[in-house]
Write a protein that binds this ligand. Structure first.
Ligand code: GTP
Ligand code: MG
Length: 602
């Protein structure tokens, strides 16, 4: 076994370069490659020669284009990233052409920037795009920023004009809480102050761009923070009789070692790390932030993609369905209340809705306004409500696990950070469930083994509708049919619950919610046992369903509504308007269950 020790690995640093169109980002990167001797031998001459032949002025941007196809000498360039090395570290420069790419990079780990270069054309000054990017950087918590004033040659390397721009931008950045480490006057085209100190601006006593990069601290590895790993996937060993699974993901913060007790949220399930599996197949004793890794557990608990792994003795992540966020909106259509979007945070993806707008800020002018929708390019402080609870951290605790994007119609349309986890109406229940799962003694037979043995996936079938709509006869007919097919099935009227699990429980209206709770707890056990449970209840609402979903760990629930008109707000999966014949209706339901893979033949 060997301990992964980051000191042995040369540090990687991701730096995003942002600026308005044509302000010189590509030129600066090209220059940097040329002046640090990172280019393949003869490359510069070759590109210059080609330009001459075609009677085109040489551009450093062409250099980058020509490198895209090559992979030698340690520089590779893909669509938006360029890699180069110094003695100190490996740099990955991310050219973020638009807001969406930028947000995507920032939220989805792999090419998340730890520092930024902001490029401003000395002649054109500060443009809107740069202000917005500045705001975004601040919102996403990137504190290491260096401002590069480019094309100084076009303003005769003038000190006072440089100072003017510095003053202007400094005051804007201050308002959004960004303190750039420095402002550097450069000419990308002529290579002044990029890698070599300029002798055209002797009045400037500061650092070159390369020196500024070398000064940035690596923030990629928040090793001192509590352990966090969003579960990306659960891999099963395929060898017969081996029921181990590898819980895989990228560690976002902290460190994990063999023997550590881990808790997964939102479920609250816990186990112990048995082994750490790296992809090079070497065994390791521990793994740290920034590393894609996987581990096996001593106890086989059933967890899924989207959960957040943490360590038992460290600060817990937050779990809620209601969050206060800062959000930057990019969608062509404004973000509006009530509409369904997806929020992607870590590896979780759930439906969310805009619940309340607290304030809206124009990212370019910083003006505040009141509005009931969030227009494109606006920044909003707002409250989002989620369909299911997710686990995350607040920005001030762990930035890596507080960032999210919003998806509208398959497109990333916004993104931001979680400022606060808010109490939602189910916080109490969730707390109780987390304790239950935490204390739970797990069976050595896992849900998949049961599913295979019984040829069914344990599911809660909720049949609701008006009084006397025929729910119960339908439920019992369905139970009989499934039983005949050899399924493990059980009927439970919610009324039965009122007189169980209680000392003197009588179903009254005030006890209604309590009964929903009890039914869900029973369902949780029965589903864990692999059963298909059919429950009937009058007039279930979406609110009731939310409670049930919070309580049962298995989220397989099918809702059948019986009756002419849907008279509650519940989202049903099957609507039976009128029961014609029990036989044909149960057959219809059974074929739907087959289609959905809830029951299957051995
Ligand atoms: P996009 O990728 O289109 O957003 O532009 P960019 O920011 O990458 O700009 P790029 O490097 O392509 O430069 C745009 C133009 O500005 C090119 O014609 C460059 O030659 C020119 N340019 C860049 N840096 C300098 C400079 O320091 N001085 C002068 N005079 N021109 C420059
Ligand atoms: Mg460019």
């Amino acid at each position: 076994m060997e301990d992964i020790n980051i000191q042995y690995i040369k540090e990687d640093m991701n730096i995003v370069i942002v600026g308005h169109v044509d302000h010189g980002k590509s030129t600066i990167i090209g220059r940097m490659l040329a002046d640090t001797n990172s280019l393949p031998l003869g490359k510069l001459e070759q590109v210059k020669e080609k330009c001459k032949r075609n009677a085109r002025p040489f551009e450093y941007a062409f250099l980058l284009d020509s490198l895209k196809d090559e992979q030698d000498q340690g520089i590779t360039i893909d669509s938006a990233r360029c890699f180069f090395k110094t003695a100190k570290r490996n740099y990955i420069i991310i050219d973020a052409p638009g807001h969406v790419e930028f947000l995507k990079n920032m939220v989805t780990g792999a090419s998340r920037a730890e520092a930024a270069l902001l490029v401003i054309d000395a002649q054109e000054g500060i443009q809107e795009n740069l202000r917005r990017h500045g705001y975004l950087l601040s919102m996403l918590g990137i504190k290491q920023i260096c401002v590069v004033i480019n094309k100084m040659d076009l303003i005769d390397y003038d000190k006072s004009k440089f100072n003017e721009i510095v003053l202007q931008y400094k005051s804007f950045l201050e308002k959004i809480n960004i303190k750039p480490s420095m402002f550097i006057p450069v000419s990308g085209f002529y290579g002044e102050n990029i890698v070599n100190k300029s002798n055209k601006m002797l009045w400037y006593k500061g650092k070159t761009v390369l020196e500024a990069l070398e000064e940035f601290r690596s923030e990629r590895l928040p090793l001192d923070k509590p352990f966090r790993m969003p579960v990306q996937d659960v891999y099963k060993f395929t060898k017969e009789g081996d029921d181990r699974r590898i819980i895989a993901g990228t560690i976002e913060a902290g460190k994990i070692s063999v023997g550590d007790e881990v808790v997964f949220y939102p479920s609250g399930k816990k186990s112990k790390v048995k082994s750490i599996e790296a992809f090079n197949e070497k065994k390791h004793f521990s793994a740290t932030a920034g590393i894609a890794s996987g581990f096996t557990l001593t106890e086989q608990i059933y967890i899924k993609k989207g959960e957040l792994a943490s360590k038992i003795d460290q600060t817990k992540p937050k779990v809620s369905t209601k969050i206060q966020v800062n959000l930057f909106w990019l969608g062509k259509e404004a973000m509006q209340k009530g509409k369904e979007y997806y929020i992607k945070l870590g590896t979780a993806k759930v439906i969310c809705r805009l619940d309340e707008i607290l304030k809206i800020i124009d990212a370019s002018t910083l003006d505040r306004s009141d509005a009931s929708i969030i227009q494109r390019h606006a920044v909003a402080e707002c409250i989002l409500k989620l369909d299911k609870s997710i686990a995350f951290d607040e920005i001030n605790d762990i930035a890596q696990t507080s960032r999210f994007v919003i998806v509208d119609n398959y497109e990333i349309s916004g993104g931001g950070i979680v400022v606060h986890a808010l109490q939602d109406e189910h916080s109490d229940i969730r707390e109780k469930v987390a304790i239950r799962n935490y204390k739970w003694e797990y069976s050595s037979i896992n849900p998949e083994q049961r599913a295979e043995m019984y040829s069914q996936r344990s599911t809660l079938i909720l049949i609701t509708g008006d009084r006397d709509s025929g729910k119960k006869p339908l439920a019992k007919a369905l139970e009989r049919e499934l039983f005949k097919k050899g399924k493990i099935v059980y009927f439970l009227g919610i009324g039965n619950v009122a007189y169980t699990l209680t000392v003197n429980g009588i179903m009254t209206n005030s006890r209604y919610e309590e009964n929903i709770n009890r039914m869900a707890e029973i369902a949780n056990v029965m589903l864990d046992a692999g059963v298909i449970l059919i429950v009937t209840a009058i007039g279930l609402t979406q609110g009731d369903l939310e409670i049930i979903k919070t309580i049962i760990s298995n989220d397989r629930i099918e809702v059948i509504f019986v009756g002419d008109k849907l008279n509650t707000n519940i989202n049903c999966d099957i609507h039976i308007k009128d029961i014609n014949s029990l036989e044909s209706d149960t057959n219809k339901i059974i074929s739907i269950l087959q289609e959905k893979g809830i029951i299957f033949k051995p």
